[in-house]
Design a protein around this ligand. Structure first.
Ligand SMILES: [Fe+2]
Ligand SMILES: [Fe+2]
Length: 221
């Protein structure tokens, strides 16, 4: 396999899903920024393409055979996104908000001014995603399932803008947690919060990637 420098990074992930953890490690955005070419993202990350290629080749393919979502019916892709990503967010977001509230309350007497900032970001992420998923499940996905995705240009644009807001909130969380580096004095809940938020970030990247780079372009074409 030779990577083509003109391939958009989002398309690379469609064909080689096991590249995802490698891109995450280099903080390469493949979901909202999935339209950037490999040469552009390598330049931004200060990497050469041959190194990226070697790392992707060394990465183990995902356990189950990767599904080629380009070739599956769109209704099946909508079902997969809802079952695999939306329902797990229904559980993860309130749990992480609760954990962030607890950690902020327990440590409010310390000099950790960033915990209330973090709590605010997690609450905003919860609210934003709850409304966003509702719009997808009740409005846009039914249109796509019914074969009317082509006429859903305006609502799909709104969803794509929502994704950018989610990406901003995730960037804010990464900044406030100093790239999820756990402080030495952190208690168990604090550690669980940092770990849970970093896992949530990776899940959201994979989720938004499928919508931005596969579902929406296919529905609109
Ligand atoms: Fe979604
Ligand atoms: Fe979405």
């Amino acid at each position: 396999m030779t990577l083509d420098p003109t391939t958009p990074v989002g398309r690379l992930v469609v064909h080689l899903p096991h590249a995802m953890p490698v891109l995450e490690r280099h903080r390469i955005d493949y979901c909202c920024g999935g339209g950037r070419t490999l040469s552009e993202v390598c330049q931004r990350a200060g990497l050469d393409l041959a190194t990226l290629q070697a790392e992707i080749e060394a990465a183990h393919p995902v356990e189950e055979p990767a599904v080629d979502w380009d070739g599956r019916p769109l209704a099946e892709l909508c079902d997969h996104i809802v079952a695999r990503y939306h329902r797990s967010l229904d559980e993860a977001l309130p749990r992480l908000v609760g954990l962030a509230r607890k950690v902020a309350a327990v440590h409010r007497d310390k000099t950790e001014a960033r915990l209330p900032i973090l709590l605010d970001l997690v609450e905003r992420l919860h609210q934003e995603l709850a409304e966003h998923m509702l719009r997808e499940e009740e409005v846009v996905f039914p249109w796509i399932r019914g074969g009317r995705g082509e006429s859903a240009g305006a609502p799909i644009r709104v969803l794509t803008e929502d994704h950018l807001e989610v990406a901003d909130l995730l960037q804010g969380l990464r900044a406030v947690t100093h790239d999820y580096k756990v402080p030495e004095e952190a208690c168990g809940s604090w550690r669980a919060l940092w770990t849970g938020l970093e896992a949530l970030e990776h899940e959201l990247h994979a989720h938004i990637h499928l919508e931005n780079n596969v579902l929406f372009p296919r529905a609109l074409s």
